[in-house]
Design a protein around this ligand. Structure first.
Ligand SMILES: Cc1cc2nc3c(=O)[nH]c(=O)nc-3n(C[C@H](O)[C@H](O)[C@H](O)COP(=O)(O)O)c2cc1C
Length: 172
């Protein structure tokens, strides 16, 4: 697909078929994560791939937003690696968000659906999976084939006009 078609096709899938994701598709999504840019190339992005019934049960205990996906990618930041200087932005969550966006778009290109999830209990997830203190969960990405009849939610079509996005400068 052309990139513009991928972007136009993506929407938050909230009803998955449950059909397993192939190793090839999962590998391509993870490769997109791997090559994503990061601040000072520190590459702090870490991903926990959850797909076994035990892993998915742990995910379900932390969020109501799996929507039946057969795979959930837990995107995390290695706080020992991220670029963060005094009086400067914490680039860790930015790096993770870029990588998760790459994953979403690669998934869309491969006919998979996904949804970005931040409605989850990070502390509970950290404990459930025994994550070390430097690994900070940022977001979840449930992934899989959309169920037949799955459709974009009402918010998908609601976008502000470009005129609201572009900041005006005095005298222009
Ligand atoms: C940072 C972020 C957090 C989000 N958290 C959730 C979430 O916890 N649960 C959920 O169902 N959708 C979540 N979404 C999806 C948004 O609700 C969705 O992107 C928005 O309504 C626009 O719809 P669309 O993705 O179909 O275009 C999140 C999206 C973003 C970017």
């Amino acid at each position: 697909m052309q990139l513009e078609d991928v972007i136009a096709k993506r929407y938050s899938v909230r009803k998955f078929s449950g059909e397993p994701v192939s190793g090839g598709d999962l590998g391509a999504v993870l490769e997109a994560v791997r090559v994503a840019p990061s601040a000072k190339n520190q590459q702090p992005v870490r991903v926990l791939v959850c797909s076994t019934p035990e892993e998915l049960a742990k995910i379900d205990a932390c969020t109501p937003c799996r929507y039946g996906a057969p795979v959930v990618l837990v995107f995390a930041c290695d706080d020992d690696r991220r670029w963060k200087k005094e009086n400067r932005a914490d680039c860790g969550p930015v790096d993770v968000s870029i990588a998760a966006t790459y994953a979403m778009l690669e998934a869309t290109d491969r006919g998979l659906g996904s949804v970005w999830v931040m409605n989850f209990e990070a502390a509970k997830l950290t404990e459930a999976f025994g994550l070390p203190a430097n690994i900070r969960p940022i977001c979840l990405l449930p992934l899989g084939k959309a169920a037949p009849g799955a459709e974009p939610g009402p918010n998908h079509a609601l976008r502000v006009p470009l005129s609201e996005i572009l900041l005006k400068r005095e005298g222009r």
